[in-house]
Design a protein around this ligand. Structure first.
Ligand SMILES: [Zn+2]
Length: 248
């Protein structure tokens, strides 16, 4: 069953959308990843002050060092839905050694341990049981998607990349987020307080709010998702073999 194995190793990028607001006006879901490191208080404060709901994906390793921010999120259950970003921020990928330079889980056992480790850390640190899982790179092997769903969790993609891993400058982040359309799931980061991007997240969401766009959390709304295939470059080994056989 070589083809079935190859199929399981196929890389996909889940594209998640929420139901459109329709006559009631546009609605979007703001999802923020807390991968590791610290908390961006600019974003957290703005969400609390402006009463903007968000879905926060937290890792075990972020949770260990951000008890204060976690307490703020827990103190506002009407605003913050907490979901699972894994124990150690590992891509749920088999069949490839790295994704964006991050070492992948590599095996079903390692994927299970990463997902379950995140679940356990959320329970012990916050008393929360997650329903959604988003891995480190928002890319998955097809086999991993099946495995995570079998564990009882929904895989959380996105439709609008707000900050490219908090790497963009504030002005372009603001522009991207302010341009969100009805039904979009926005992805940005809440763990990079020293990056310019976070200031753009705040301005972008305030622009949406000023336009009358409503913010909903993933648990409060109907969602739909497609698994978009990602075409990865061929492994180096194959390229070398091709060069050798052509005699160059
Ligand atoms: Zn992350």
């Amino acid at each position: 069953m070589g083809s079935a194995a190859a199929h399981a190793d196929e890389i996909v990028e889940p594209r998640l959308r929420i139901a459109e607001g329709g006559a009631a006006g546009s609605q979007v879901a703001l999802t923020l990843d807390a991968c590791s490191g610290k908390t961006d208080a600019r974003i957290l404060d703005a969400l609390v002050q402006n009463r903007i709901p968000a879905t926060i994906f937290i890792t075990g390793r972020w949770t260990r060092h951000n008890a204060g921010a976690l307490a703020v999120m827990k103190a506002h259950p009407d605003l913050f839905e907490l979901e699972n970003h894994g124990l150690n921020h590992v891509p749920a990928i088999e069949g490839l050694p790295t994704m964006y330079g991050i070492k992948t889980a590599g095996t079903p056992d390692a994927i299970r341990a990463e997902v379950q480790g995140g679940v356990d850390s959320m329970w012990s640190a916050a008393g929360v049981k997650p329903h959604w899982y988003r891995d480190a790179t928002a890319r998955y092997s097809l086999g991993a998607v099946g495995l995570i769903e079998k564990m009882g969790y929904k895989v959380a993609g996105y439709s609008l990349n707000g900050d490219e891993g908090a790497s963009l400058l504030a002005a372009s982040v603001e522009k991207r987020i302010a341009a969100a359309k009805d039904g979009d799931v926005i992805l940005s980061h809440i763990n990079q307080p020293t990056h310019s991007a976070g200031a753009g997240v705040v301005k972008g969401i305030l622009a949406l709010k000023a336009r009358g766009v409503r913010f909903v959390r993933l648990e409060d709304v109907q969602t739909s998702q497609t698994l978009d295939p990602v075409h990865m470059p061929k492994p180096l080994k194959t390229a070398a073999a091709v060069r050798m056989s052509s005699g160059s």
